[in-house]
Design a binder for this molecule. Structure first.
Ligand code: NAP
Ligand code: FE
Length: 359
């Protein structure tokens, strides 16, 4: 991870080692709006590296767009894939790197993880401060039946990641908030996780501690009052959280949050963070000693943390009917992230949480 203001301009020369041709993968506007695309194309032009741009990655990116872009990359002869954006283009870049190296593959082969050729090298440049996808070996895509489904392989760790907080300045306020609470969700779900270890807990608590002061300013005064240093702290904290979930994965809020994005169009960070107050109280009940240790490490108490999260999390006006809750209950059986949650988590309990919050 290469971080800091102007890091692409200063350290972009490292791309020369990856090849002479790349496919740049972006969403429709943010790569340009943030300034990241101009910075990196200047660097590529300066080194004589050819590039083509695929700019059709949408939020909650689809498997089909990644297959299309992967085949384009293969035909073009790309030697590496360069993703610019929030978590959506970065996750897409990982899948595209697999398809580019194996252009006959469809969805089944992609998710099988049994890839004949290893993925092309992956380079990512973040423009949001939240997902931590810059440092995770995970890609979350939406399948043709509308479900968010992730896959994970060590070969998906980006070869190079650039994190310049300057690129996050152009984010609309709602996304500044929703991506920040996504990072908080990663850290909290990783800390209170059956698979946590000493390293993941250090990263997770470090993220939350680093975020509290800038998030208090965000809650009090709004995104336009965040200083550059505070934006940088939020970005760096999101990377800590990415390191934490690389070790543990997520827990209940992400498991249930996917559903709100899929069926109710709620942006990812908000969709997960709305479950954090419930999750924190659940952990206080089932893991009181761990909870005491957590609040001691982060330096604020449970109700204070919950109040801060509630102030920043964008409003989520999803309405979920009783019928819908019943219809999806089967999906909470054998769910990986739910199984990592401490205490007893039954499908009926998840239904009750959904009913309380959105019924
Ligand atoms: P995103 O879906 O990448 O982007 C959200 C919106 O913000 C898009 O409209 C995007 O525009 C815009 N945007 C991004 N950066 C901007 C900037 N600097 N200025 C102006 N607009 C900007 O948001 P995200 O929350 O970062 O990513 C969410 C995705 O990441 C979800 O699919 C989630 O499942 C995934 N995720 C992955 C991991 C992992 O470990 N791999 C972890 C958590 C979440 P454009 O469309 O123009 O780009
Ligand atoms: Fe997330």
């Amino acid at each position: 991870m290469i971080s800091g203001k102007d890091c692409v301009k200063q350290e972009g020369k490292r791309l020369a080692a990856l090849g002479k041709k790349c496919l740049i993968v972006t969403g429709s506007a943010s790569a340009k709006k943030s300034g990241a695309l101009d910075d990196v194309t200047d660097v590529l032009n300066g080194m004589g590296i050819e590039y083509s741009v695929y700019d059709k990655i949408c939020q909650n990116p689809t498997v089909l767009s990644c297959i299309e872009a992967g085949r384009i990359a293969s035909q073009y002869g790309a030697e590496f894939i360069l993703g610019i954006g929030g978590g959506s283009p970065l996750d897409a870049a990982k899948a595209i790197a697999v398809i580019a190296a194996n252009p006959t593959y469809g969805q089944t082969e992609l998710y099988s993880l049994d890839w004949e050729n290893k993925p092309l090298p992956i380079v990512v440049i973040g423009t949001t401060a939240g997902t931590g996808s810059e440092v995770t070996p995970v890609s979350v895509l939406t399948t043709p039946n509308g479900l968010k489904k992730s896959f994970r392989a060590d070969s998906l760790f980006p070869t190079l990641s650039f994190g310049d907080p300057t690129y996050t300045l152009s984010m609309p306020d709602r996304f500044t908030c929703s991506t920040a609470v996504d990072a908080m969700a990663h850290a909290i779900e990783s800390y209170f996780n059956r698979t946590a270890n000493a390293s993941s807990m250090l990263f997770a608590a470090g993220c939350v501690k680093m975020m509290i002061a800038p998030l208090e300013n965000l809650a009090e005064n709004g995104a336009e009052k965040l200083t550059f240093d505070e934006r940088e702290e939020i970005y760096n904290a999101s990377i800590y959280a990415g390191m934490a979930i690389s070790i543990t994965g997520t827990a209940l809020p992400h498991a249930v949050g996917y559903f709100l994005s899929e069926r109710h169009g709620i942006e990812h960070g908000t969709a997960c963070a709305v479950f954090l107050p419930t999750f924190l109280r659940h952990n206080r009940q089932y893991m009181p000693e761990l909870a005491d240790r957590f609040y001691k490490e982060i330096g604020i108490g449970e109700e204070e943390l919950i109040a801060l999260l509630e102030k920043i999390t964008p409003k989520c006006d999803a309405k979920v009917s009783k019928e819908e809750i019943a219809e999806i209950e089967g999906r909470w059986v054998n769910n990986g992230s739910l199984q990592k949650t401490w205490g007893e988590v039954t499908p009926e309990m998840v239904s009750a949480i959904l009913g309380d919050l959105f019924g």
